[in-house]
Ligand binder design. Structure first.
Ligand code: CA
Length: 667
């Protein structure tokens, strides 16, 4: 098995992209019959067990039945018969619960390797054979009444991106089920100093949603050898509709991974926290050996004119969402996770490999299941694609996708410096020239009369129609952690200086319009020892050291207060571009690395009539002129408290280097 990965934060230079028309061969796929039934691959009912495989070009299809998940011979082979709309069927009059199966497809006179299919909802070890189980038996107690948090708008979310192993593997986590789904179900865990870890930590921090890195069954970690403690981010999909086995306590037991993931979701829901899944429909771990290729060869991927796999993912292939059965697959797969696992949101990896029509269908179908579900993604590809630029679910096309949000690489790079140039500094670390792009971040890439997009570093136009279409962040699993980025770009600095820069950077993110997103552990100033692409680095690079929560207590308290500030004040969570244009007024400042603005008019129903915010990312003090009023000081000189640090009558106020000044008045 080839393990491939690219760093997914590769923003594509659109102008450098050749746009090619889809080739003739690609058009042929569009003519393949489409099957819309909801019984694909496996259905068990009172009349028995029913297999239905969609494979229009197959010459023969068989089902192989097994007694176990690995290393046993088939106990029976069923020959499927050709049915309607490209499907093949076989039926058994018994309910085959407890059995496993695979399909084999013959095309062009050649029988392909066995596949569990593309709709395996339960599997054994390494996902090689599909398990026939009663899904209802995997529901934890109280599952029928389980609900995620109700959310009126995505901008009300505070998203915390976490990998299962990062969260719990370190000895200081105090968690029993380290590296497992169950880690997030354990109450009352602490670090050696008695400070909370695990789910209690999440509640205390105040995030509204955890975004879990890929948790479907991926390819790279050998589930038959968990003692090897392999680590992988999981951007190498194998079975899209079953959980990853290495996160369960028993990968050989098909029900265990399902039940334990549901228990995780339920524990988080009981804590008032939603669960966002990172989904990677844009490519598969394998090419000719993927489950897509072994089921209906060719159909699910885009190709170049010479017939080779096109590769907009930089992982060896790219899927073809514009073809109806691939689009159906993506839509039905997210619907399945929302229905069966009560998932509250989806993050689409390299979303621009998909077409805008598919993403609009995804958003619309999910909203029917639960109006609180939200969808966001990376609005870029990692390479060129045969899909025309205007159809790609790009950041620049987000206004064609009203129910979808995209990551803002604008605010990310402007605040901390370029994502891949480690030494590059940004607004928060003293590099001038980022002021207008910080303003673009503050208004969530919406049109604003005082923001000049021609001066934007990454984007040259107001691409978002609403702040609900923007995810703000300064770090994620990709690239250097904020801690490591600051260390790399601030040589000779002290840790206290770097923590101060992190506070300013995140204060910009969390007070900006749009939805804030943070990488797990940043609140305790976690690092990854300078490793920027840690996708398969060992736990000693990736695991969060929870003793940092004690060592960096002030930093942690700042983050916690920052999240509380945002959640208590709707002025930071406006929902329309019109509100932002009306309520946000920038001050005319010419000093480098300073941005100063007000949020006025009790914006979005806030109790605060006006909020004055001054960011000073320079190395010298800035003297702000504040109108006379009865102000409450919310943030100053590296400290922040939503309840107030003191009062001010306005006038001249010195904003210290690398800090935010936030004032609020109610009259
Ligand atoms: Ca796996």
């Amino acid at each position: 098995m080839t393990i491939k990965h690219t760093t997914f934060a590769v923003a594509l230079m659109l102008s450098a992209c050749a746009t090619s028309a889809l080739t003739t061969m690609e058009d042929d796929y569009l003519a393949w019959p489409v099957y819309n039934g909801d019984d694909l691959e496996l259905k068990v009912d009172a009349t028995g067990t029913h297999f239905t495989l969609w494979s229009p070009e197959a010459e023969a299809v068989k089902v192989l039945l097994y007694d176990s998940d690995l290393n046993t011979p088939a106990t029976d082979t069923l020959t499927m018969h050709r049915s309607t709309q490209g499907t093949w069927r076989a039926d058994v009059p018994e309910q085959l619960y407890g059995k496993f199966y695979t399909f084999t497809v013959t095309v062009n006179g050649r029988e392909l390797a066995e596949t569990p299919g593309i709709w395996a909802k339960a599997t054994g070890t390494n996902g090689l054979r599909t398990a026939i189980i009663d899904l209802d038996s995997t529901d934890p107690d109280g599952w029928s009444t389980d609900r995620g948090p109700k959310l009126d708008n995505i901008t009300d979310a505070v998203i915390y991106e976490v990998h299962h192993r990062d969260f719990s593997m370190h000895p200081s986590s105090g968690i029993v089920h380290k590296g497992k789904f169950l880690a997030m179900t354990e109450p009352s865990t602490t670090n050696p100093d008695g400070l909370s870890t695990g789910i209690d930590h999440l509640k205390e921090l105040g995030v509204t949603h955890v975004h879990i890195l890929p948790s479907y069954d991926y390819n790279s970690v050998d589930e038959s050898n968990l003692a090897a403690n392999q680590y992988n981010w999981g951007y190498d999909p194998f079975n899209y509709n079953t959980p990853e086995g290495s996160y369960s306590t028993d990968p050989a037991n098909p029900a265990a991974r399902i039940r334990e993931m549901k228990e995780m979701v339920k524990a988080l829901h009981d804590a008032g926290i939603g669960v966002v899944m990172d989904v990677v429909y844009n490519h598969t771990a394998n090419n000719d050996d993927s489950n897509f290729s072994l089921t209906a060869p060719g159909y699910f991927y885009r190709h170049r004119a010479d017939g080779s796999y096109s590769d907009a993912s930089a992982c060896g292939n790219e899927t073809a969402s514009e073809r109806e059965m691939m689009r159906n697959f993506i839509v039905n797969s997210v619907k399945y996770w929302a229905d069966e696992y009560h998932i509250d949101g989806f993050r689409f990896d390299l979303m621009a490999i998909h077409d805008t029509e598919t993403m609009n269908r995804v958003a619309a179908e999910l909203k029917k299941i639960n109006p609180s579900i939200f969808v966001y993604g990376e609005g870029w590809t990692a390479g060129d694609s045969p899909l025309p630029v205007e159809r790609r679910a790009l950041k620049e096309n987000v206004d064609k996708m009203k129910g979808i949000a995209v990551f803002s690489d604008d605010i990310r790079d402007a605040v901390k410096g370029h994502y891949s140039n480690a030494a590059d500094r940004g607004f928060a670390t003293g590099k001038p020239g980022n002021e207008e792009t910080v303003k673009i971040g503050i208004v969530a890439s919406t049109a604003h009369p005082q923001v000049d997009y021609s001066k934007g570093n990454n984007s040259k136009f107001a691409y978002a129609g609403a702040p609900t279409q923007i995810i703000n962040y300064v770090s994620c699993h990709d690239d250097l952690t904020l801690t490591d980025k600051l260390a790399a770009s601030m040589p000779g600095s002290t840790e206290a200086e770097r923590q101060r820069a992190a506070r300013l950077a995140q204060t910009i993110v969390f007070t900006s319009q749009g939805t804030p997103f943070m990488f797990a552990g940043e609140e305790v100033f976690r690092d990854k020892k300078g490793v920027h692409n840690s996708y398969k680095s060992p736990d000693d690079i990736n695991a969060i050291d929870w003793t940092l929560k004690s060592a960096n207590k002030e930093q942690y308290d700042y983050y916690r207060n920052l999240i509380r500030l945002r959640r208590e004040h709707p002025a930071f969570r406006m929902t329309t571009a019109e509100d932002i244009a009306r309520n946000i007024v920038f001050d005319d400042i010419t000093a480098p690395n300073v941005v100063s603005y007000s949020i006025r008019n009790n914006a979005n129903g806030d109790v605060w009539k006006e909020i004055k915010i001054v960011f000073n990312g320079s190395t010298v003090p800035f003297t702000a002129k504040i109108p006379s009023a009865d102000w409450t000081v919310i943030a100053r000189d590296g400290s922040l408290n939503p309840d107030g640090l003191g009062t001010s009558k306005g006038g001249t106020i010195v904003v210290e280097p690398t800090s935010a000044l936030i004032l609020a008045r109610t009259k």
